[in-house]
Design a protein around this ligand. Structure first.
Ligand SMILES: [Zn+2]
Ligand SMILES: [Zn+2]
Length: 460
């Protein structure tokens, strides 16, 4: 599936006038006023407290984006798209989370609610001949209802590979839980043996040792099916503190260190209940290739207006009309102050660019990374005046004073910016993030550069 096909699918879905309507203006701000009023009223009437009211209000709402997931089980060549609206950061995001939490306890008591496969099998009644639900197929035979494993024809063997870098315990316990699932679902005693073998073959193909699988299979067969179908009794969660990290190759060593030294806390602070048991080590999923490669917002199809003929020239250009033009370093690239790595500037900037990240440099080659929401020339003027007036409590004037540099030796270039956000959101916070990113990328914290600890310099 290529971009053109994807965009075509989205367009055809959006053109359905029964479902979607084209808006002339973005109504977000109007809705925001209404919603904020509603929240204020609820706060005033004592329905919610200040903390909740603050949580529910979204200061810089983003316009949600529609994307689709290809339904490859319908058609592999031209899969129809399942539409999804990504509402993260949108106006109603927090309200939706709040309502979902309130409604959850009612949803589970609705007659149509089916929690999982076991629940489904228990509640089966009056099936005609054959039907599927989740991973289960129900069929009639000899006047009785039977259940069998249901596998979609598009399913592939994508079980976690035995050599995967996932937590060892997770990889090793996977066959057991899957074989138990087969045992639970397949009701026919002769068929279950076949299905268990099929599952074992899948695991063999993914590198799992055969002897372990044979053991798991025998254990699964020895379990009574009725027992497995009973509602799962969860072990009471104890008072252990969860220790949550993203899993990586060092995780085992970290957990070893924690376990080895835990007695320091449990014996040293016998009066603190939480220290008596070692923490519960649990892992958050790391970013994977899909997270890196897949975006829900594929961007605008509109290209930026080109105002010059031929290839647009990139880099820094003086506006030729201000007192800071002379301090600007022209050009479309710059070098890392310590590693010498070359960076390309991929846009065109002038002294009048705003919402920008800039770099100051001095004759000894030290860098200072700053950001401003104003036109950069105004910010540079401020820097120059702090040097002239010897504001030595600030890092740049102090360095210029200490080293005897003159204000004319100050050089600057604009390296990055935050353009107007197409879908809304907090432009200032994006700028702050970019500034921080460049401070660490260019390694400009003192004494490696002229930045001292992160300052909120943007509003100056
Ligand atoms: Zn200028
Ligand atoms: Zn210097």
């Amino acid at each position: 599936m290529d971009t053109a096909q994807y965009v075509g699918e989205i367009r055809s879905q959006l053109s359905d006038g029964d479902v979607y309507e084209r808006l002339q203006v973005n109504p977000t701000q109007v809705y925001k006023l209404e919603l904020d009023n509603m929240i204020d009223e609820a706060l005033h009437d004592g329905l919610i407290d200040t903390k909740l009211a603050k949580y529910l209000k979204v200061d810089h709402p983003v316009v949600p984006v529609l994307y689709t997931l290809p339904k490859i089980h319908k058609d592999l060549q031209r899969p129809p798209g399942r539409p999804i609206v990504l509402g993260r950061g949108s106006l109603c995001n927090k309200v939706a989370i709040f309502l979902d939490r309130l409604l959850r306890k009612f949803a589970t008591s609705a007659p149509s609610y089916v929690r999982d496969t076991s629940d489904f099998i228990r509640s089966l009644e009056g099936v005609q001949s054959k039907m599927q639900f989740l991973d289960t197929c129900v069929y009639k035979s000899d006047g009785l209802l039977h259940t069998d494993l249901f596998v979609k024809h598009t399913d592939r063997n994508n079980l976690l590979h035995f050599s995967s870098e996932h937590p060892r315990r997770m990889v090793e316990s996977l066959p057991w839980s899957q074989l138990l699932r087969v045992r639970r679902i397949v009701s026919n005693d002769t068929l279950v043996d076949k299905r268990l073998d099929e599952m074992c073959l899948k695991f063999l193909a993914r590198g799992y040792p055969g002897t372990d699988l044979a053991g798991f299979k025998a254990r699964a067969l020895s379990k009574e099916r009725v027992e497995l179908l009973g509602p799962r009794v969860r072990a009471l969660t104890d008072k252990r503190i969860p220790f949550i990290t993203a899993y990586n190759s060092l995780s085992n060593q970290i957990s070893g260190v924690i376990r080895r030294h835990w007695p320091l806390l449990s014996l040293g602070h016998a009066n603190i209940q939480e220290f008596q048991l070692p923490p519960l080590l649990s892992y958050r999923r790391n970013r994977n290739l899909k997270d890196e490669l897949v975006v829900s917002d594929i961007g605008s199809s509109k290209r930026e207006l080109q105002t010059t003929f031929g290839r647009p020239s990139l880099g820094n250009f003086p506006c030729l009309n201000c007192a800071c033009c002379n301090n600007m370093v022209k050009g479309a690239s710059f070098y890392h102050p310590h590693t010498g790595r070359k960076y390309e500037i991929r846009k065109r900037y002038t002294c009048k660019t705003s919402f920008a990240v800039y770099v100051l440099s001095c004759p000894c080659g030290l860098y200072y990374v700053g950001a401003t929401t104003m036109e950069v020339r105004a910010r540079i003027s401020k820097h120059k005046s702090t040097i002239r007036t010897r504001r030595v409590e600030l890092p740049v004037p102090r360095h210029f004073h200490d080293m005897g540099h003159s204000v004319n030796q100050l050089r600057y270039r604009i390296i990055d910016d935050v353009p107007v956000l197409r879908r809304g959101g907090d432009r200032v916070s994006f700028l702050k993030k970019k500034e921080l990113k460049w401070i660490f990328e260019l390694d400009t914290l003192s004494p490696r550069g002229m930045n001292i600890e992160y300052q909120q310099s943007i509003f100056l």
